[in-house]
Design a protein around this ligand. Structure first.
Ligand code: HPA
Ligand code: ZN
Length: 335
């Protein structure tokens, strides 16, 4: 199979997206439109100027722009429009199921109520289910640069929504904010029946992955790239069938890898890790699901079987029921 055929095969496969920050799907065009609609001052005069600002040398560089971009999201309609645009874009890539992160503290900090943000997002998720059968889970992330106390306050604000929130996650500036800082609030979330995921090993050391496993007791690992520096950790992740939500274009844009040809995705698969492909913050990192598949297929010696495994892993690592997983896996075999 040529690389071109493999890219087409990947595009045609049914897939799940497990690592997507909804605020990171805010395209420059919508950012500009919402700034005008809401009369929010932004330091850019055009869509081109916004796009030109998307050059990052590390995670913090990106986060500074990401939090600034969020400032245009004020009303329930804004959150609905943002989410609907992403779901339509994901659908075009044959994404059949999404597990979306949102950052409530990025909004409540600015005076936008928790209920406003989540209502807009949930309305879009229900509409996508009704209109084109896309299923979704919602994961509320805690910002790790803030104190654990603030995460507890966020969990409290979520109290009335817990039947519509599937899990909690941990994102934002990793180094200096280890998973151990959030052990208590993750325990409280677990006691409320929520699934647990955490970003670890993106910029942080393998020890942070150990902490996420041992102290947070995560159900899934976001990124996890630096786990490969620790052979015992790799063996453990493989034995536990821990899903890694890998984000190739994000890794390139944030300089987690210097060149896509050095990306560890193929190595992860060869080490029997349950790796998946995801877009993280597609508007900032230059592409959605199929763009990520295209980038790794072109740069790495992935086989047809590898590509199929990546699609299968996305459903195996999801929080769908066993029956739903079986149906999606059967659909993959038909391509
Ligand atoms: N890493 C950490 N925090 C984030 C990211 C990421 O890639 N995207 C949005 N918040
Ligand atoms: Zn992320």
């Amino acid at each position: 199979m040529t690389k071109q055929d493999l890219v087409a095969y990947a595009a045609a496969l049914p897939k799940a997206e497990l690592h997507l920050h909804i605020e990171g799907s805010l395209e420059p065009e919508m950012l500009f439109k919402l700034a005008q609609r809401n009369k929010v001052d932004i330091p850019f005069k055009s869509v081109e100027e916004i796009r030109a600002a998307y050059e990052f040398s590390n995670l913090q560089d990106f986060l500074d722009i990401y939090y600034q971009g969020m400032s245009v999201l004020l009303s329930e309609e804004d959150f609905f429009d943002l989410t609907m645009a992403y779901l339509n874009r994901a659908r075009a890539d044959n994404v059949r199921h999404v597990e979306i992160f949102f950052d409530p503290q990025g909004h409540t900090e600015r005076g936008v109520p928790f209920d406003t943000a989540i209502s807009g997002i949930l309305t879009a998720l229900s509409m996508a289910k009704a209109q084109f059968g896309m299923t979704a889970k919602l994961i509320m992330c805690f910002l790790r640069h803030l104190p654990e106390e603030d995460a507890f306050a966020t969990l409290k604000q979520a109290e009335n929504w817990l039947d519509r929130i599937d899990g909690v996650g941990l994102d934002s500036s990793e180094v200096g904010h280890p998973p151990s800082k959030f052990a208590r609030v993750f325990k409280a979330a677990s006691e409320r029946g929520l699934k647990l995921v955490a970003h670890a090993g993106e910029e942080g050391p393998p020890d942070y992955v150990h902490e996420a496993l041992d102290l947070l007791e995560i159900d899934r690992l976001d990124h996890g790239n630096r786990s490969l520096e620790d052979d015992a950790l790799v063996a453990r992740l493989a034995a536990e069938e821990m899903t890694l939500t890998v984000c190739p274009l994000s890794n390139l844009k944030l300089c987690v890898v210097d060149d896509m040809r050095e990306h560890p995705l193929k190595r992860m698969l060869d080490l029997n890790l349950r790796a998946t492909v995801n877009s993280d913050d597609p508007s900032y990192f230059g592409g959605y699901m199929n763009d990520n598949f295209k980038a790794v297929i072109e740069a790495l010696p992935l086989t047809r079987e590898d590509v199929k495994t990546l699609a299968r892993n996305s459903f195996l690592g999801s929080f769908l029921s066993e029956g739903e997983k079986r149906a999606q896996l059967a659909a993959i075999d038909l391509v």
